[in-house]
Design a protein around this ligand. Structure first.
Ligand code: FE2
Length: 391
């Protein structure tokens, strides 16, 4: 009993609430950042959020540099270009603004500031991440979607320019020092993106819960995160201006990322390959793979999935864990249908002849190593085939 030493950490300071964005100058001062680099994407640069930040920094007399060319599923070249902007602006800290892609790039710019590139030297898969040395320049994250949770995570997922696959860089030194969670910033998120990113948050919470590592704190956080998604995601999709739904989804996303310090599972390996090879949006890719993976894991994770059923408000009394687990899977499927997620990979435009290549890439990805049921490459191919045309 308790013969494995577990690591628990929740260090990012989080400010949550409507209008929290106004705290940015105070946070910059607390962290001693005098010339921040803002890392964001072209969509955010042209949205109403960006002028608001410009005004807040301008009124506080804080000079800043902007790098706004981060692509979806960002490449190493995005990181290199952001780092060049950091050097050119003589910056001393980073503000990550946007969804998962700009936040992931924002979190690795400080790695290159203090460690010799290229970034791929520090990928998790080779153990290179342990070579990262600090202290790193501080990062403040400001998410504008509710899914990735990258605002509180210690990892960045970057696409290799040469390998056409994603690699992860993870180190506790990369954890943002402060996160500003202002649900007003997500009010403009379109329904489809709200649905996709919300399914990413749900997948994080479910996969973290099922990782077989002793971490009752993260398990409790994951269960609450699942309950928030079950209750509020459909509302946020149907009523984009519903600040209460937006706020709880923002919490669910952040909680999912806190919970997945336990690690993730096979759905994320399948999703990473779909994004790297086919350019699919990450949350949509998770959504399309989650149910096949839950079916695959149902017996191994029956007790955990029974808990997922209860988080969805299902009364499981008198049921076996497996019966309750099957209802949890059904509840996830029903939610996906209600929020307009495509029924299968085929409907999302994936061609069947890509599945073998995808399974090779997914098998190279590290997330499935902590799936509660071990996966061979053939298992991953079978899961893709189920996701391709369910049933
Ligand atoms: Fe994810």
């Amino acid at each position: 009993m308790f013969d494995t030493i577990s690591q628990f950490s929740f260090p990012t300071q989080i400010s949550f609430g409507s209008g929290a964005l106004k705290l940015l100058p105070e946070y910059l001062g607390t962290l001693g950042i005098h010339r921040p680099l803002i890392v964001t994407d072209p969509g955010l640069r042209n949205s109403a959020v960006f002028p608001a930040i410009e005004a807040i920094l301008g009124n506080a007399g804080i000079p800043f540099t902007v790098f706004s060319a981060v692509a979806a599923n960002p490449y190493e070249t995005d990181v290199d270009n952001a780092f060049a902007a950091y050097l050119e602006g003589s910056c001393d800290g980073v503000i990550g603004l946007g969804g998962g892609s700009p936040l992931d790039v924002a979190k690795v710019v400080p790695v290159l500031a203090m460690n010799q590139g290229p970034l791929i030297r520090y990928e998790v898969q080779t153990g290179g991440n342990k070579q990262i040395r600090g202290p790193l320049p501080p990062v403040i994250t400001i998410p504008t979607t509710s899914g990735t949770g990258s605002e509180v995570g210690r990892c960045s997922v970057i696409t290799s320019t040469t390998r056409q696959s994603k690699f992860m860089v993870c180190n506790p030194l990369m954890m943002p020092r402060m996160a500003i969670l202002d649900p007003e910033l997500t009010l403009g998120l379109p329904p489809a993106l709200t649905a996709y990113t919300g399914m990413d948050a749900l997948t994080h919470n479910i996969e973290a819960l099922t990782v077989e590592q002793f971490h009752p704190m993260c398990d409790a956080i994951a269960e609450k995160g699942i309950a928030f998604v079950a209750r509020y995601l459909e509302r946020a999709v149907r009523k984009p201006a519903d600040l209460e739904a937006r706020g709880y989804m923002m919490m669910a996303a952040m909680m999912g990322a806190v919970a997945f310090q336990k690690d993730l599972g096979a759905a994320h390996s399948l999703a990473h390959a779909l994004s790297a090879v086919c350019g699919m949006q990450h949350g949509l890719a998770n959504a399309l793979c989650l149910v096949p993976v839950m079916r695959f894991n149902a017996e191994a994770s029956a007790q955990k999935y029974a808990s997922v059923a209860r988080c969805f408000g299902i009364n499981t009394s008198g049921m076996t864990d497996l019966e309750a687990a099957n209802l949890a899977i059904q509840a996830v499927e029903d939610l996906m249908e209600r929020i307009g997620i495509p029924a299968c990979l085929a409907d999302a435009g994936i061609e069947e002849d890509r599945l073998v290549l995808l399974s090779e890439k997914a098998f190279e990805d590290g997330c499935h190593l902590t799936n509660p049921r071990p996966c061979t490459q053939d298992d991953l191919l079978m899961l893709y085939r189920q996701a391709y045309k369910p049933g």
